[in-house]
Ligand binder design. Structure first.
Ligand code: AVJ
Length: 326
């Protein structure tokens, strides 16, 4: 392996590193940083469900519309050469969106397996039960673990053509540079003819975007604050969440929508033996939800070594599922 590829892999493995180490390291850097991938404990899962129900949070509805109204186009591209394939979904969750596609693909006689990847074994069990009721003939191979590890597993299971789904605008939780590395790592594991289908939230009226992440009801705030509670619960820390406040920004030029927690006072927080000082008004960088223009999506696909086949958008033109081929 070349040095460069080596360091890319390290960076991504790092991204998938362990909770305690990431928290201590993140809170000892400047600016302080926590990773949004840790938002999703059982309470965080429930808060994210609540976010998806908020009228301001348009992403889920837009992508659901794409998957329910443009299934035919998607299915035609996927089964263009009639060869058997594996449909791998990164972060499948409840597969609400992809189940439309699965149902459609299962009506044709092309042979395929569905391989949902998720770090939550619990979610995968529920999903498999749901799918075996809804689509009894579907061959489902659940893979519990981190994206790249399980993607490597999937490659070992069969040599069939691969179609990889990465939906929900989850790519937004990486900054543009990380997204480039991520897409290049996906590309490295695929072969000519394989597809990568990836959901992007688009740049749009900045008020629309900011409102989706800065709801008056305080759900997004609670979603961020829950990570402090999780650190208290799982790492024996003593964050007093009354002294942290959610702050959201959107920069319409770069497309970065960011959330922070602001320390409302000078305070020490203890995480077992470590003690961390927060100055009044000091920030913790919590999450990025990067928004893209169509040109930026095109650029990302070619930098990673894909050919962009089509962008499927919702009616409002707020979200796209972009279909890339190796
Ligand atoms: C699950 C990453 C798509 O960034 O829009 C929602 C997470 N954060 N509100 C997003 C989230 C705050 C969400 N993704």
């Amino acid at each position: 392996m070349s040095l460069q590829v080596d360091s890319v892999v390290k960076e991504i493995e790092n991204y998938e590193g362990n909770f305690h180490k990431d928290v201590i390291e993140g809170l000892n850097t400047y600016p302080k940083k926590l990773y949004s991938k840790y938002f999703y404990d059982p309470i965080g899962d429930r808060l994210f469900q609540d976010i998806m129900q908020m009228p301001e949070y348009y992403l889920t509805d837009c992508e659901l519309e794409i998957f329910s109204k443009r299934t035919l186009e998607m299915a035609e591209l996927i089964s263009a050469d009639y060869s058997a394939f594996d449909l791998i979904e990164l972060g499948a969750g409840d597969a609400l969106k992809s189940s439309h596609l699965l149902r459609h693909l299962s009506k044709s006689d092309i042979d395929y397996s569905y391989m949902p990847i998720d770090i939550s074994g619990n979610i995968l069990t529920v999903l498999c039960e749901k799918l075996s009721e809804e689509i009894p003939n579907l061959d489902t191979v659940p893979l519990e673990g981190e994206y790249f590890e399980m993607l490597n597993e999937a490659m070992k299971i069969s040599e069939r053509r691969k179609v990889v789904l990465f939906l929900g605008g989850n790519i937004g939780n990486m900054d543009v540079e990380e997204a480039q590395l991520f897409c290049a790592e996906i590309r490295r594991r695929l072969s000519p003819g394989d597809l990568f289908i990836i959901g992007f939230d688009l740049k749009k009226n900045p008020h629309t975007i900011l409102s989706a992440y800065n709801d008056k009801s305080g759900i997004t705030s609670a979603f961020n604050i829950n990570l402090l509670h999780r650190i208290n619960r799982e790492l024996g820390a003593n964050f007093d969440t009354r002294y942290f406040q959610h702050y959201q920004t959107y920069d319409p030029i770069s497309g970065a929508c960011r959330s922070f927690l602001v320390s409302l006072t000078n305070q020490y927080v203890h995480i077992k033996r470590d003690s961390i000082f927060f100055k009044e008004n000091e920030l913790i960088d919590m999450e990025i939800s990067q928004k893209y223009s169509l040109e930026e999506i095109q650029r990302l696909s070619s930098l990673a070594g894909f050919e962009l086949l089509v962008n499927l958008n919702d009616n409002k033109g707020w979200f796209v599922d972009s279909i890339w081929r190796v």
